[in-house]
Write a protein that binds this ligand. Structure first.
Ligand SMILES: *Cc1c(COP(=O)(O)O)cnc(C)c1O
Length: 379
């Protein structure tokens, strides 16, 4: 059998940046600079610049980025926040952690993204705002969503946890909403050596509030004045070093992801039994994940696995079908429910070779029924 094709290459990413991390880490540890400090501040500056906004605040993870943003926007009990049903649970979890209720909305079947059409029917007098999720790395139509949301006096938060480096009509994600929330979980496009997250915003007072909430409610510039009930959610120095080192490589890594995605599309377009998601013309997709839709997914996965091709499922159930969120499920959301049964994530990372992509394509074509038998190349 050919060598296995892994889903990700987190070890290779880590090895590439380790040379840039090791020495400064040693120095930072000797200087007892563990949490925050100049290294984290430098990353925050660079990350804000990358996102095209003046402020970035490092936090402990992407879930906190969302939750602290909602709290800083004044979201609390009695409020409703619209979230797409097709997302990682953290999007909705953050709403509940902030004391409010998520209201799940359906997604466009061609992109699996929230649209203006999908939110208009779900607004109520309790609606305070909307969290748009740039699922798999593809931005939502942010111009249209921003217009719709701001006309109604609601807030718009971007869950960009999967979309570092994506843009809509030339403008980076995270720069459209009241705030953009990022995760630096290791498998994201920009991943730390552990957990991490950030909130980016044009709004200086929102940035200050998020920083205060994530630092035990301290007043700006004061160690001993706690002015709100906060929590502990900060970025540490190791993660700051790793993120600085990876950020320097991020544009090249995203370009490699895009090239692999283009090759997948070439190889899979028109193959019966494999449905590609649409790429919107104004979207620059950052391809954290390359996702196709197939019927009979578990059988297809097993067959791919027998060829040494690893796959993932993001996600097997829409949020409103998870037990934890049952009480927030109000109505069927047919597109999100149908998609959850069919989505299949193929191997994608900055180091994937053309030969590996081709092997995945051939294996998938075989698995979906170009029934020529295992291991026989399909042309
Ligand atoms: C990863 C992710 C999060 C949460 O990030 P963590 O750092 O794991 O807390 C939130 N939303 C989406 C869409 C994600 O993919």
């Amino acid at each position: 059998m050919n060598h296995p094709v892994p889903l990700t290459a987190l070890g290779a990413e880590a090895d590439e940046v380790w040379q840039d991390v090791a020495e400064p880490l040693k120095a930072a540890v000797s200087a007892a600079s563990f949490i925050g400090g100049p290294i984290v501040e430098r990353f925050e500056e660079e990350w804000a610049r990358f996102c095209g906004v003046p402020h970035a605040v490092g936090v402990a993870n992407g879930t906190d980025a969302l939750c602290l943003t909602l709290r800083a926007l004044g979201v609390g009990p009695g409020d409703e926040v619209l979230v797409p049903a097709s997302t990682f649970v953290a999007t909705a979890e953050a709403v509940v952690l902030a004391g409010a209720s998520p209201r799940f909305v359906d997604v466009d079947p061609r992109t699996l993204l929230m649209t203006t059409g999908s939110i208009l029917g779900s607004l109520s007098s309790r609606t305070r705002g909307v969290i748009a999720v740039h699922l798999y790395g593809q931005p939502c139509d942010m111009e249209e969503l921003s217009r719709t949301v701001s006309q109604r006096g609601l807030f718009l938060v971007e869950d960009a946890a999967q979309a570092h480096g994506a843009s809509w009509n030339g403008r980076p994600v995270g720069s459209f909403g009241d705030a953009g929330c990022f995760s630096f979980y290791p498998s994201k496009n920009l991943g730390a050596f552990g957990d991490g997250g950030a909130v980016v915003t044009r709004d200086a007072s929102l940035a200050r509030m998020v920083r205060s909430l994530g630092d035990h409610g301290r007043a700006t510039g004061s160690h001993h004045n706690h002015v709100v009930i906060g929590t502990n959610s900060r970025l540490d120095c190791l993660q700051g070093l790793v993120l600085n080192a990876k950020l320097a490589r991020l544009p090249a890594w995203i370009e490699a992801r895009r090239q692999a995605a283009a090759r997948y599309q070439e190889g899979l377009r028109g193959v019966p039994g494999v449905e590609l998601l649409d790429e919107q013309p104004l979207a620059a997709h950052a391809y954290n994940l390359f996702v196709v839709r197939v019927a009979d997914r578990e059988r297809v996965r097993a067959e791919l696995s027998s060829y040494g091709v690893a796959t993932g499922v993001h996600y097997p159930r829409p949020c409103h079908k998870e037990v934890a969120f049952e009480r927030f499920a109000r109505e069927p959301l047919p597109e999100a429910e149908a998609a959850a049964n069919e989505v299949l994530s193929l191997p994608l990372h900055p180091y994937i070779s053309q030969a590996e992509v081709d092997r995945v394509v051939e294996s998938l074509r075989s698995a979906v029924g170009e029934k020529v038998g295992a291991g026989v190349p399909v042309l």
